[in-house]
Design a binder for this molecule. Structure first.
Ligand code: MF3
Ligand code: CO
Ligand code: CO
Length: 330
C-alpha cells in the first residue's frame, strides 16, 4: 500500500455513534474509527542510509544480527573513559537534534539530520541495523511509547516527540533520549513531559552503591503514581558498554525481585516511559513501534549512568544536556 496517511484524518464534524463511519467502510462509526482520530499510523520508510567506510562499525552493522557475550558489569577505567566520550557525543547530538525539530518536517528529516551529524563527529548511529532496525534514531510521537521508526509522518503543532540518540564510538555505546514539545502543547501534555523528566531524576537520585536496583523503580513509580500517571512495564533500562544492551535490567516500577546490588563501575541506563492513561502497550506490525493501548500520550527521558563510590555520575548529563540536572519536583 502506498500513500498511507500517517495521521488518522477525520472530517470536522464527526458522525453520531450509530451512524456510518466517516472513512467510507459502511460500518457503524462506533465500531470503526470512533476515538482513533488524530492517532499516529505507519508512514512510508525510506531506504536504509549508508555509513562511510572510515566509520568503525559495531558487529551487527553489516548483518543486523546482534552477537551477545558476557561483558563485565563493572567496567574497567579504560571503558569508563570511552563511555564518557560516547555519552558526551550522544548528549550533544540529542540537544542539537531537539533544536532542529520544527512543525512541518517529517520524522525522516530528523533521521537524516542525526545520521549525518553522528557520522560527521566520527561515530556510528547505534540504532542503524540493530536487530534490523532500519534507521539511525528513534522518533516517538504522541502515543508512541518508544522505538518509533522515522518515516514520512509530518510533525504537527502541539505534538510531543521523543528523540532517542545512541552513538557507537571507540567500541562503546552512549544512549540518551528526551521528549520535546512542538509549538502549542496542551498543559496536560506539558505536565506529562515535566513529571516524566522528574521521574528520571528521582530514579537517578536512588542510584547508590550496595543498594538494590529496585530502589530506582520505586522512586520512579511513587512519583508517577502521585501524579496519577502510568509507568510502562514492557520496556526497561539496560546495562550498556561494548554492547548496546547487556544484561543488567533496570525496571521503572517497583519489583522486589529486581534485587541485583548496584556496584561502583556499573553502567546502565534509566529511561522511564510515563503515560497519561494505561501502561499497557500495543505493538505495530513493524515489530518495533510500541504505542499505548488506549492511544493516550506518553513521554520518556533517558540517561546513561555510572555508579560511583558515593552515588553516580550521569554520563549523558553534561552541562549542555537537554535534561541537565534534577528539576524541582513538585
Ligand atoms: N536507544 C533505545 C534504548 O534506549 C534502543 C533503540 S533500539 C533500536 O534502549 F534498534 F530501536 F534502535
Ligand atoms: Co535510548
Ligand atoms: Co536505552
Amino acid at each position: 500500500m502506498t500513500g498511507t496517511p500517517s495521521r488518522m484524518k477525520a472530517p470536522a464534524v464527526l458522525p453520531q455513534s450509530n451512524d456510518e463511519c466517516w472513512c467510507g467502510s459502511g460500518r457503524k462509526y462506533k465500531r470503526c474509527h470512533k476515538g482513533l482520530e488524530g492517532r499516529i499510523t505507519p508512514g512510508i520508510i525510506s531506504p536504509m542510509r549508508a555509513v562511510p567506510d572510515h566509520i568503525v562499525k559495531p558487529p551487527y552493522a553489516a548483518t543486523g544480527e546482534v552477537p551477545r557475550w558476557n561483558e563485565p558489569k563493572v567496567k574497567s577505567p579504560e571503558i569508563i573513559e570511552k563511555m564518557r566520550y560516547a555519552c558526551d557525543m550522544a548528549t550533544d547530538i540529542l540537544r542539537v537534534a531537539g533544536e532542529y525539530v520544527q512543525v512541518g518536517m517529517t520524522t525522516n528529516d530528523i533521521d537524516i539530520f542525526v545520521h549525518d551529524l553522528t557520522i560527521e563527529r566520527g561515530a556510528y548511529p547505534s540504532p542503524l541495523n540493530y536487530h534490523r532496525y532500519p534507521k539511525s534514531v528513534c522518533t516517538s510521537l504522541n502515543e508512541v511509547i518508544c522505538h518509533g521508526i522515522p518515516d514520512d509522518t509530518v510533525i504537527e503543532d502541539g505534538d510531543i516527540i521523543n528523540l532517542d540518540v545512541t552513538c557507537y564510538v571507540n567500541g562503546v555505546h552512549g544512549d540518551t533520549n528526551a521528549t520535546f514539545c512542538v509549538g502549542n502543547v496542551s498543559d496536560i501534555d506539558r505536565n506529562l513531559v515535566k513529571v516524566t523528566e522528574e521521574c528520571l531524576w528521582l530514579g537517578i537520585g536512588a542510584v547508590k552503591p550496595d543498594r538494590p536496583l529496585s530502589d530506582i523503580g520505586k522512586a520512579i513509580e511513587d512519583h508517577a503514581t502521585a501524579h496519577r500517571l502510568g509507568v510502562v512495564r514492557a520496556f526497561i533500562g539496560h546495562g550498556i558498554g561494548e554492547q548496546f544492551h547487556s544484561d543488567v535490567q533496570v525496571l521503572h516500577y517497583y519489583d522486589a525481585r529486581n534485587n541485583m546490588l548496584m556496584k561502583p563501575g556499573m553502567i546502565f541506563t534509566i529511561e522511564p516511559m510515563i503515560t497519561l492513561g494505561t501502561y499497557q502497550f500495543h505493538m505495530w506490525d513493524d515489530d518495533w513501534t510500541a504505542v499505548t493501548a488506549d492511544g493516550k500520550r506518553t513521554a520518556q527521558f533517558e540517561h546513561t549512568i555510572l555508579v560511583t563510590e558515593t552515588g553516580c555520575e550521569v554520563l549523558t548529563g553534561g552541562d549542555k544536556a537537554v535534561s541537565p540536572r534534577q528539576p524541582s519536583s513538585s
